[in-house]
Write a protein that binds this ligand. Sequence first.
Ligand code: PLI
Length: 468
Amino acid sequence: MKNKTVTIPIRQKRSWAEPYKIKMVEPIHMTTEKERAKCLADAGYNTFLLRSKDVYIDLLTDSGTSAMSDRQWAALMLGDEAYAGSSNFYNLEAAVTKYYGYKYTIPTHQGRGAEHIISQILIKKGDIIPGNMYFTTTRLHQEIAGGTFIDVIIDEAHDPDSTHPFKGNVDIGKMEDVIKKYGASKIPYICVATSVNMAGGQPISIANLKELRKLTQKHGIRIVHDMTRVAENAFFIQQREAGYKSKSIAQIVLEICRLTDIATMSAKKDALVNIGGILAMNDEKLLSEAQNLAVVYEGLHTYGGLAGRDMEAMSVGISESVQDDHIRARIGQVEYLGNHIQASGVPVVLPFGGHGIFLNAKKILEHVPQDNFPAQALTAEIYRDSGVRSMERGIVSSGRDKKTGKNIYPKLELVRLTIPRRVYTQAHMDVVAESVERVYQERKKIKGLKMVYEPEYLRFFQAKFKKL
Ligand code: PLI
């Protein structure tokens, strides 16, 4: 018999999968719809005011909610709980320099601790701080220090349907106009976020950052990098920017950081810890000023409100966060959820972001005016349907204009389904998508809310509502 040539089909496509297996589990439980309706009313229709025991799948935030690895849990045992000069601090400083390139580090209790210190040091009353879209805590600290935030992100960032690959980019023309109008002496820095949270987790490109760097250096303006989700931004650069396909996430992260002067970071996101932040920089004089304020507000500059063990877990988390396999699976899961939701016709922000899927509440609840908080109403309805907790990112989060006291009406009225890292499975994502689809089908019944309690600062955290 003649030998036959057998052609084995090559699988071109292979699913992404997590580069880890599960060693420990935490039980969660389902509530009934009746129980959830009561929980919602008690919480004033604000998902921040729900108790986590009443939540089935918690997509409120990716902040401090990630699962630590066995190496991070082991690192907790290496806590050197000295008041001053803990070896964990020096390990953290070395990790920041190795992976992010900044020479000096001050640990802080979380991201806003770092934002507070840098705002107090660099901003004078009447200063202008441009940025690629606002973030809630960042803008508030700039305002408390006497500054005014000005948005210089590209217009596409405000359009949920635009598929621009780098919706986090700074509009260089807008930045030039701000410099021309106010003068460089009034602009202590520009705040550049990687993976712009309020735009839907959208990345900035290296090309844009380089152009911005040239402009700001010409005018002596610093770049403060909000690097809370820098590794996720690096993934999109690797996927989308010419010349970066063969570079590792670690290389791209370093390249981003080297184009900036100072960094604030909430380590509760990318860096895979449950608590902590950093303020990092290269300027020694600025460091002394920051260290001096750290002792007033955070703790000694070698612990900044953290235990030694927290700093050790953070060092390990930073090294894990820039591994290609990790970030591919992390963003793969976000995409999986996005594809599932989009397939059922629900309007979402495009392209999908790095840390979550953002529903376009303005379009979904076209019949609900922005004054009746459509995104807030939608978060409540998704929770009522399935126990899935999401977050409003629209008019409630935007707050009020600090001069006029009037509501700010953002173009983006979104519900964020934020995915904690290494926590939920693909089956959980299916449940989320099914719930969103069900609520979407019943959307005409949703009437909106009225605000009955409004706190002075960061109102989205504690405001209360009633159903219309
Ligand atoms: O929550 P903090 O204080 O550790 O970090 C504040 C903070 C700063 N910048 C950015 C881009 C954030 O996303 C951020 C916190 N974000 C939260 C809590 C979130 O749910 O997105």
